[in-house]
Design a binder for this molecule. Structure first.
Ligand code: ATP
Ligand code: MG
Length: 454
């Protein structure tokens, strides 16, 4: 007879996914409890006092283990939303498809969701490609772990015991920096093709590799992205661009075959002349901001990503003799129309992106009155930042770009003299410019001589 411990060990070895979770203590996972949001701890404590299970879960646990500052803290519990809500003074149930509770502590919201089970594949809740359309069944803790995407995202931190509960050896993968799908990768990508983009995002963000079995099907299944609703694709694209490693993400998307028509933004980046350099410059700024905890504007990001395509079309239209502002608008609208068909760039962003671009045509040719009007525009600051980016890419004069930046940074009482000085300098330049323009067609001999002195 084998002793029970050995029998248990053998049973666990062959039980595959049904093996119980590992409970890892601080020395194994290294999470410093002081880095954990006290509000998230509070939510777990209150739920525990009322007899429920509750853990911090997902991205926050992953980031804490590798020493990154989590963006936000989510809690998973076996309490239903109706059971959670009355336990907190400020809490609201949100979501129609899957209801969860937002517990509000001043500016911090702790998203608290009930353990969920994965829908069965090939079931009535999937489309013809296997994409899950409904996943709103409550489940057990174990089922909740199994329906998550990658092993390193299926970790539960218990702030009371300071243990990490790990059903899928996620801590070990995280420490080895491996992004590994839970379950069968092909099936999991079919259920939700966005997971392909997520694999790339986590690999870039964590400087990890994608485990071969998780990587291999991506190129083949890439076309499934087309079935993802455009608004969802927009959300994921935005997450990708604001993860602090955006350019790495874009390059990796291309490497794994998630580009071409599927991600139209990438075509712009990699196929338009100087596209890659410009986007590289733009995203480097964004990455820096993200990594130092500053907010980034999605409109600015998309404006930067698409600019070279707009610029190319603008220049072509202008060369045909169109008015600079009019042709810029035409180019902008044609690009935005095309992009919006694939990823639904939200309307409010579209308006901002247009405004950022539109002001580019005006920076070079303005009078004092127009400067004051431009400063009143809500996107003035972003447009000036954008001008800096263009100067960095040697597309416009850097002295001019710096003048606008100084103006944007100036105190209100410093602006009047700045604009007056600018106007005076324009006046000095203006007659020469006007003379040249007017005289050329008349072909007066002295003008030809004058122009050679330039
Ligand atoms: P981030 O730091 O970017 O917020 P995150 O891992 O928290 O990363 P979220 O999109 O906030 O990502 O999702 C929270 C958790 O929900 C994930 O860690 C993962 O466990 C689970 N999850 C999110 N999206 C999916 C998905 N498409 N398929 C399966 N599980 C998912
Ligand atoms: Mg998150």
């Amino acid at each position: 007879m084998l002793p029970d411990t050995i029998k248990n060990f053998v049973a666990r070895l062959f039980a595959g996914g049904r093996r119980g979770p590992e409970r890892l203590s601080v020395d194994k996972h290294g999470i410093d409890r002081r880095q954990v949001s006290r509000h998230a701890i509070k939510v777990c404590e209150v739920l525990r006092q009322h007899g429920f299970e509750a853990y911090i879960v997902g991205g926050a646990v992953r980031d804490l283990i590798v020493g990154l500052q989590p963006k936000d803290f989510d809690v998973a519990t076996n309490a239903t939303p109706e059971q959670v809500k009355p336990l907190f003074r400020r809490a609201r149930i949100i979501g129609r498809r899957f209801r969860l509770v937002h517990v509000v502590f001043g500016p911090e919201i702790i998203e608290t969701s009930t353990f969920r089970a994965a829908s069965s594949p090939n079931g009535e809740h999937t489309d013809e490609h296997g994409r899950i359309l409904r996943d709103n069944e409550f489940g057990t803790h174990e089922e909740d772990a199994a329906r998550r995407d990658f092993t390193l995202n299926a970790l539960y931190y218990d702030p009371l015991t300071e243990e990490v509960i790990d059903f899928h050896r996620g801590v070990s993968d995280l420490q080895k920096r491996v992004v590994r799908m839970i379950g069968d990768p092909v099936q999991r990508y079919r259920e939700d093709p966005v997971r392909m983009l997520r694999a790339v995002r986590f690999a870039s963000k964590l400087s990890a590799t994608i485990e071969p079995g998780t990587l291999e099907p991506i190129q083949r299944l890439a076309p499934l992205i087309e079935n993802v609703p455009a608004s969802r694709l927009f959300d994921e694209t935005l997450k990708l661009l604001t993860c602090g490693h955006a350019m790495d993400c874009l390059r990796m998307l291309r490497e794994v075959g998630l580009h071409h028509d599927l991600m139209p933004l990438l075509d712009v980046v990699f196929n338009v002349p100087d596209g890659e350099e410009f986007v590289d410059l733009g995203l480097a700024r964004t990455d820096l901001r993200v990594r130092s905890g500053k907010p980034v504007s999605p409109s600015f990001l998309f404006a930067a990503l698409l600019w070279k395509l707009v610029y190319q079309r603008w220049q072509a239209l202008a060369a045909e003799g169109g008015h600079p502002t009019q042709t810029l608008l035409e180019a902008a609208d044609s690009v935005l129309d095309e992009q919006s068909r694939k990823i639904a760039i939200q309307r409010r962003f579209i308006a901002d992106i247009r405004e950022i671009w539109f002001m580019q045509a005006r920076f070079e040719r303005v009078n004092a009155k127009a400067i004051w009007r431009m400063m009143e525009q809500p996107r003035f600051r972003a447009a000036v930042d954008f001008l800096q980016l263009r100067a960095e890419a040697r597309e416009v004069d850097s002295v001019m770009a710096q003048w606008w930046m100084d103006l944007a940074n100036a105190e209100p009482d410093e602006r009047v003299p700045m604009i007056e000085a600018y106007q005076a300098s324009q006046r000095d330049r203006a007659p020469a410019v006007r003379k040249r323009r007017r005289r050329k067609p008349r072909r007066k001999p002295q003008d030809v001589a004058g122009s050679t002195t330039e």
